[in-house]
Write a protein that binds this ligand. Sequence first.
Ligand SMILES: Cc1ncc(COP(=O)(O)O)c(C=O)c1O
Length: 411
Amino acid sequence: MTLFDPSPELIDRHVKPDVPVCAFIHDLPALTQHAQNIVSLLPEGSEFFYAIKANSDPIILQALKPIVAGFEVASAGEIRKVRTAVGPDVRIIMGGPARTASDFETALAYGVERVHIESVHVLHLANAVAAKAGKKLPILLRINLSGPVPGATITMGGQPTQFGIEEAQLAAVLDELSTCPHLSFEGFHLHTISNNIDAEAHSVFCRAALQRVKTIARRHDLNLKVVNLGGGWGVDYADLDRRFDARGFADRLRRLLKPGDPVIQFECGRIVVAYSAVYVSEIVDIKTNHGQAFALLRGGSHHFRLPSAWRHRHPFKIIARERWPWPWPRQSHANGPITVTGELCTPKDILLHDEPLSGLRTGDLVCFLAAGAYGWDISHRDFLSNAHPERLFLTDPTAGRSTAERERIPA
Ligand SMILES: Cc1ncc(COP(=O)(O)O)c(C=O)c1O
């Protein structure tokens, strides 16, 4: 089950009247309750950070601030977003490839707790920037483990990718590290899997990764304070009822951890924010073209790129509406396959392919569920300069409009 499945009445109550509907709607109580549930399961000795790349809206960051250990960022811009939204004291850790000197300058200036280093060049760059600032920068080394890792939608390690330091090169990188007096080694980072929906497989991976880095630390006589096992707790978009078993995962982690173990960190994005938001968009035209049926939305992949980026069928529901303001008849689609597209001038702007739908009419809504993660944040929103969607953050979805809600529709 998803955590926010709004009724037609709720949508009508909150979206702008008299214009075609196009909105991301977030249920903030559902978000915070869900995040709290996850965090409360984790054993002592582990820390849960929120990876803001999944959704970096200030309202989301403010809602999560009291719940998570801190925020994981991937750029100088994300550092500034966190500091602006939730203040100077929250903990920030920083990862990501292709770093520049200004990333580290910003990290030092804004009090980032630790950075994750992914190559020899970046190691020296971080050391040079810290030396210039007269500071010592705590780091984790991100390892790209050898060998296959259990399946997931995207795999960042265990195979050739641009991420991390190949395990076989680690000894050489540790030699380089010994020439970097302005960096303090604190442990390893292993974000290897994205969207793993099998919690048991994920815990097997985490156990193996932990054992592997402990062996490496022993071999090189390293003091391992922190092991960051990344994010990747998955969302099954093909079956929203099938949820990552966070309780089972946490129980297995509890049994695994021993006194004296390093602090285990997680930096999850998707699982935190996906379920508590929808992207809802009105069908503004229906047509057939060369024998195929199309429903065209006031919106599209420039707001919600996830289905086309991942080439997956995103869960949705149709909301039939009676409202029809025009004197001419509504276009309709009796039944059969129909492709749902957006407002962009490209045939790639497709949200749903050949869905077997019946009774669709212009003015009905397509409501994409579990749209809170990697939706708006990864989308090319200004291509063609159509109006942005409303972005609504409901503090009490059962009530009418409240002052804490915010909507932003740039002119
Ligand atoms: C380094 C790193 N950490 C954490 C995450 C968050 O992953 P997820 O949203 O799958 O939990 C990502 C996502 O790409 C990442 O690259």
